[in-house]
Design a protein around this ligand. Structure first.
Ligand SMILES: [Ca+2]
Length: 408
């Protein structure tokens, strides 16, 4: 395993294309061969973990299309094929089709760039082509601590590849604030009717994390809001006393992966405890268990709570990973360039250092395929050309690259 992703990236660039996978995959056996952290835990149904690899995997070639970038967190394609990226330290850039990053976009609000916090996800408004509107999430420094907030703005690009944000407005704040630097989430996904799903974290520490089960707290939730930040009137807890009306689902740990499928349904992958990352199809008002019900164990190896993996009135994950992949961004593959991946979810892995391809059937994972990229993957997007683009990061900072994946 290469320890220095940038050296590998340069090697790949100099070769123009490097052919993957780097390791032989065996059809029918799971991609994951390491021992689980919680060997005594049993899945609730067959195929809930360690799904077999497909009989034939696609031969993928990779090409570094941008390098020397600041530590990125998220990427989104603009309609003209350029990329809009967020840098964790609090900057936004447009990357030209030549792979060069333009100057910093002006007027990005101050972010708490500390620990897992910073400038996080970015999404284009559904009417971006006419409105120029974007939405972004960030760790917001506040008088009483910090928390994940969502802002909207108009992106006004200039001739030099830079630009400015106009009409910046914080439309939503996760509450309560907390003085920590972990588990901010987050991803922003627009549903088919323009509703905005916001995923967050539960702030990790023992005291805040139990609030994932508390409907009066915004920690450990998925929210569903309007583009001006209001709870939608048909949300599951709207009008209910003692519940935040913005909540869509509860009992989540740290949600950094989210995407719509071909039917417009929201899917998420969250960071679980050690051995407990999970894929969910979060439904209105449902409880996804954390921290009372989960696969995996604490980082110390101790049981999480009572060590319960199934409980009435909590939802089982569609799929879980032990050991974890440490999910980042995810995309739903609906393009034609890699036909074998049509209908699959592509999930970036920080720890698994590549892209996890989940081939779905009847809302279950039929096959799990892995594309090794030997770098921590922070976001995954499908380009207008049908290629897959993976954003790398280096632990603790350093430069990011963007790798293009195509069928060999
Ligand atoms: Ca769960």
């Amino acid at each position: 395993m290469k320890r220095l992703p940038h050296i590998l990236a340069r090697t790949m660039l100099s070769l123009s294309v490097a052919t993957l996978p780097a390791f032989a995959q065996q059809a029918g056996t799971p991609a994951q061969t390491s021992a689980p952290n919680a060997p005594d835990q049993q899945p609730a149904f067959g195929g809930q973990t360690r799904a077999p690899q497909p009989a034939e995997t696609v031969n993928i070639q990779t090409e570094v299309v941008a390098e020397g970038l600041p530590h990125l967190w998220a990427m989104e394609f603009l309609p003209d094929g350029r990329m809009l990226v967020t840098a964790k330290q609090g900057a936004m850039h447009i990357i030209g089709t030549d792979g060069k990053a333009g100057p910093e976009i002006a007027n990005v609000p101050e972010v708490l760039a500390d620990g897992q916090g910073g400038l996080l996800d970015v999404a284009l408004a559904p009417d971006y082509e006419t409105s120029g509107k974007i939405f972004f999430s960030f760790s917001e420094p506040r008088d009483d601590g910090n928390g994940t907030s969502v802002a909207s703005a108009r992106l006004v690009a200039d001739e030099q590849g830079g630009g400015a944000l106009d009409d910046v407005s914080v439309i939503f704040r996760q509450t309560p604030s907390y003085d920590g630097n972990k588990h901010f989430g987050s991803r922003l996904v627009f549903g088919p009717e323009g509703q905005l799903y916001v995923t967050v974290g539960e702030r990790s520490d023992a005291e805040p994390r139990v609030q994932a089960q508390d409907l009066q707290s915004g920690l450990g939730k998925i929210f569903r809001i309007s583009q001006t930040g209001e709870a939608l009137p048909d949300n599951p807890f709207a009008g209910e006393d003692g519940a935040l009306p913005e909540i869509w689902s509860l009992g989540h740990r740290n949600l950094q992966s989210a995407a719509l499928d071909g039917q417009g349904r929201l899917w998420t992958v969250e960071h679980g405890p050690k051995g407990g990352d999970e894929l969910n199809l979060p439904e209105a008002g449902k409880n996804y268990g954390w921290p009372e019900v989960t696969y995996g164990v604490e980082y110390s190896g101790a049981a999480v709570g009572d060590g319960v993996t199934q409980m009435a009135n909590t939802e089982q994950p569609v799929y879980y990973w032990d050991p974890v992949i440490a999910p980042s961004g995810m995309a739903y593959y609906d393009a034609d360039a890699i036909p074998e991946w049509k209908g699959a979810f592509l999930v970036g892995g920080l720890v698994s250092q590549g892209v996890v391809v989940l081939h779905m059937e009847n809302d279950r994972v039929k096959h799990e395929e892995r594309v090794a990229l030997d770098a921590r993957i922070r976001d995954v997007k499908v380009g207008p050309d049908g290629a897959v683009y993976a954003v790398t990061e280096q632990r603790g900072g350093g430069n990011s690259t963007i790798i293009k994946l195509t069928k060999a």
